[in-house]
Structure formats: structure tokens, C-alpha cells
Design a protein around this ligand. Structure first.
Ligand code: GRF
Length: 200
């Protein structure tokens, strides 16, 4: 059974979709730790309700970025985590975590990368930019994490059609629905070997 660590910053609906997939048996993994950099993250409450171990590790506790990176990495190592999943995690991953978990850190992004990724492209900013650009489709990308925002190797993508009456809010809802399925499916493919990670 692969041990998953999930990093979150906010609402945590993708985290909960992973929890549900584990409970249904669609994802043969166990979620051993949820870390939030934000103590007010709703995801922490949801994880605790599911009796999942949680930790608040953020810059308010560790103002030094090196200490923060070390604390997060050590917490993952302590739980013997195999894969680190970023489910709405808003901070850059530090060098220690990147080297410890090289090729085993996976992010979900609500657009068809490389389009609409990079600094500042998170949450509704992404969907507003997609609508403003007059795109005919958007989607979801699951990708490996490297030192830059939204730039690692793409593991899976699914498109979402945009209709002329779509607002950024309607698009966000459509994309989120796909996110909730694709993340767990992709992680299961990694676990069963149909997607092979570079480090494996
Ligand atoms: C999702 O759209 C995800 O793709 C992005 O941040 C959002 C997090 O939403 N990285 P939630 O916290 O999982 O509800």
C-alpha cells in the first residue's frame, strides 16, 4: 500500500476526492498525512474529521525558508510517505523536499498546461484568464513538480469544452468536477504501474 502525503492551502475538495477514492477502494493507497501551510485551511478540518493525521507547517511558524522546507520534508519522511500530492498548495516546494522526493511530487492544475500556468496562475485567476483569452477549451493537468511553478513533466490531461455562455465561475465548476476524478485515477495508474515515474 503506497503512503500518500497531501499538501494543501485552502478548501481541500481535491484532497477529499482522494480520501473518498481511497474509501471506495478506487485508489489503493493510504493517506498518512495532510500538511497545510495555512492554519485556517478548511482542508485541515475535513482531514481531521476523517481521522487523518494533519500538520500546520507554514512560514508563520518557520519564517526561515530553509527551516520551513526542512520541517515539511521531515514530517513527510517521519510518516514514511511514498508520494507527495499537491492539492491546492500555494507555495513553491523547497530544495530539500525536491531532492528527497525527486520525481515523486505531483501537482494538479486547473488548465491545459503549458497554457495558463506559472506565477499568479491559481484559483479563479486561471479561469478568468482562459475566458478572457476566448479559448474554446480548458481542462486539467496532473504533472510532476520541479523547482518552478507548473513546469514539471505532464502525467495526465483531460480537456473541458467551453461554451459561449460559460463564465469563469461556470468553467471553474466544470473543471473542478474533472479534477476530482482525474487526480485519483492518475495516482492509481502510478501505483499500478501504468504510468511510470522517472524515479521508479
Ligand atoms: C484546484 O483547482 C487545483 O487544481 C488547484 O487549486 C485548486 C484547489 O481546490 N491547484 P481545492 O482546495 O482542492 O478545492
Amino acid at each position: 500500500m503506497k503512503k500518500l502525503g497531501i499538501l494543501v492551502s485552502g478548501r481541500g475538495s481535491n484532497m477529499m476526492a482522494l480520501v473518498d477514492a481511497c474509501e471506495r477502494g478506487d485508489l489503493s493507497a493510504s493517506i498518512e498525512l495532510v500538511i497545510s501551510n495555512n492554519k485556517d485551511s478548511f482542508a485541515l478540518v475535513s482531514a481531521q474529521e476523517k481521522n487523518i493525521k494533519t500538520a500546520h507547517i507554514g512560514s508563520s511558524i518557520y519564517p526561515d525558508p530553509v527551516a520551513l522546507d526542512t520541517a515539511m520534508t521531515d514530517a513527510l519522511i517521519e510518516q514514511d510517505i511514498d508520494l507527495v500530492l499537491l492539492a491546492g498548495f500555494m507555495k513553491k516546494i523547497g530544495p530539500k523536499m525536491l531532492s528527497t522526493y525527486r520525481g515523486r511530487i505531483i501537482n494538479i492544475h486547473p488548465s491545459l498546461l503549458p497554457k495558463f500556468g506559472g506565477k499568479g496562475m491559481f484559483g479563479m485567476n486561471v479561469h478568468r484568464a482562459v475566458i478572457a483569452a476566448g479559448e474554446k477549451q480548458s481542462g486539467v493537468t496532473i504533472h510532476l513538480v520541479d523547482g518552478e511553478y507548473d513546469e514539471g513533466a505532464i502525467l495526465a490531461q483531460e480537456t473541458v469544452a467551453i461554451t459561449p455562455d460559460d463564465t469563469s465561475e461556470l468553467l471553474a465548476a466544470k473543471v473542478l468536477k474533472v479534477e476530482h476524478v482525474l487526480f485519483a485515477e492518475t495516482i492509481q495508474k502510478i501505483i499500478d504501474g501504468s504510468i511510470i515515474l522517472p524515479s521508479a
